[in-house]
Design a protein around this ligand. Structure first.
Ligand code: HEC
Ligand code: HEC
Length: 207
């Protein structure tokens, strides 16, 4: 990552906030996000930043709040999460509505083309995905009433990392701060790495 560039971006962002221009437009807020998540929110595997374009507004909002409050990005083995957490915190300086504003903006971005990078058997994955449908839906489009996100809008490598994180207690390990993550964690607990890859490969076929 171009660290200098990022530091400059954050410094500009914070100084603009402190100069009294506390209310940022969505475009201004997104400039910071795009340094890691890409100009179109398409993600950047090299720095483990996922595609976020077109994610449901409620889910982006929940995750930003979650990072801000320390429900994510605090575990010692969660380096990508630790990169994201301070970014969610900077939104705190941008006024009460910053999380609402940026979540709405991100949700309206066009779904990016996502390349496949995980090798697995979609055929086996299809069977295993039966256990996920109750919450994520038959086509993996998610279900807000059950807090379950759309799994077809982000990168396959990211889905795999998150399943590992849930299994290893890196994500969802704190039911007090992150009750929805804690409800997902047991679903990943029984999956082998191969089963996770198979499921992720199947989800690619549902895009
Ligand atoms: C310094 C790089 C960086 C910046 C800047 C950044 N992020 Fe992130 N973001 C990440 C990384 C890395 C992750 C993956 C964390 C993980 O693996 O748990 C992430 C994860 C996320 C997630 C969770 C997605 C999911 O499905 O779990 C959301 C939502 C998100 N970022 C939104 C934003 C928004 C909105 C901004 C701008 C306000 C932003 N990010 C700025 C690096 C960054
Ligand atoms: C009981 C309902 C439930 C079931 C069953 C379930 N999930 Fe989830 N899942 C959730 C919830 C709720 C979240 C959101 C957690 C949060 O808010 O951080 C989630 C989040 C995820 C995420 C993180 C996505 C992201 O963008 O951050 C992945 C990946 C995932 N689930 C995969 C699966 C797979 C694969 C299965 C089947 C083996 C499964 N889930 C079964 C409820 C469920």
């Amino acid at each position: 990552m171009k660290l200098k560039f990022l530091i400059t971006a954050i410094t500009l962002f914070l100084s603009a906030s402190l100069m009294g221009a506390t209310v940022h437009s969505a475009e201004e807020l997104f400039q910071l996000c795009s340094t890691c998540h890409g100009m179109k929110g398409e993600g950047n595997k090299r720095i483990a930043a996922p595609a976020i374009a077109g994610m449901p507004e409620w889910y982006v909002k929940r995750q930003l709040t979650n990072f801000q409050k320390g429900g994510r990005g605090t575990h010692a083995d969660d380096r990508p999460g630790m990169r994201m957490r301070p970014m969610a915190k900077t939104l705190f300086w941008s006024g009460d509505k910053a999380i609402d504003t940026i979540s709405k903006y991100v949700s309206k971005l066009k779904h990016p083309e996502l390349k496949e990078s995980v090798n697995g058997s979609p055929l086996r994955g299809r069977k295993a995905f039966a256990a996920c449908q109750a919450c994520h839906g038959e086509k993996a489009r998610g279900n807000q009433a059950l807090n379950a996100p759309n799994l077809t809008v982000t990168n396959d490598w990211y889905l795999l990392t998150q399943l590992m994180n849930f299994k290893n207690g890196v994500r969802g390990g704190n039911p007090m701060i992150d009750p929805t993550g804690a409800s997902m964690a047991p679903m990943a607990a029984g999956l082998s790495e191969q089963a996770m890859k198979d499921i992720v490969a199947y989800i690619q076929t549902l895009r």
